[in-house]
Design a binder for this molecule. Structure first.
Ligand SMILES: [Mg+2]
Length: 188
């Protein structure tokens, strides 16, 4: 079976919203059959999410109010890349800023694309171990509560729907599936 060309080609486009961190575009595109349509999408700078494990098997989580949903979510520490910032630097910076922890061991786990239909957002998932407490320093306008939950409880929370955030589901289940969870068997 040979792959057919599914590429959509940009004919023209306009920036319809230029915001503090997202840009919304509306492009005219040519579809594979030659017809034309419009694609509306969000350009995003990229982000990281961190699965930070304590030696006792707990994982650092956050409770944050997410305005578009009008409610709080339980999620992994995460944050957007600053201009020209490597993902690893973002991961270290966000973990410290949001939770007050530094980590001795870092492992890049995966790149995920949480919103492929309407955004180019990519989130790198990182594993952090060897945690040590320092001082958190939240950005202005950032409010969150830091929790340390048993890793297996977070997996149960995915199963029963208490955790639904995409990057969080992906990060925790990645560690569960490929590293065997937060057990001592996980590579150090
Ligand atoms: Mg954040």
């Amino acid at each position: 079976m040979k792959d057919s060309d599914l590429t959509e080609r940009r004919l023209s486009g306009e920036l319809v919203y230029d915001g503090r961190f997202i840009r919304v575009w509306r492009d005219a595109v040519r579809l594979p059959d030659g017809s034309a349509t419009v694609r509306e999408y969000v350009r995003h700078p990229g982000a990281v999410a961190i699965v930070a494990l304590f030696d006792d098997g707990r994982v650092l989580m956050e409770r944050q109010h997410r305005f578009p949903h009008g409610r709080d979510f339980i999620e992994l520490p995460a944050g957007k890349l600053e201009a020209n910032e490597p993902h690893f630097e973002t991961a270290k910076r966000e973990l410290l800023e949001e939770t007050g922890y530094v980590a001795a061991e870092w492992t890049r786990l995966a790149l995920i694309h949480p919103t492929i239909a309407y955004s180019d957002e990519g989130i790198e998932l990182w594993l952090a171990r060897g945690l040590e407490k320092r001082e958190a320093k939240l950005d202005t306008g950032e409010f969150l509560e830091v929790l340390a939950l048993p890793f297996e409880e977070t997996v149960a929370m995915i199963r029963d729907g208490r955790i639904t955030d995409g990057k969080t589901v992906a990060g925790l289940l990645w560690v569960k599936a490929f590293l065997g969870g937060a057990s001592p068997a996980a590579p150090r």
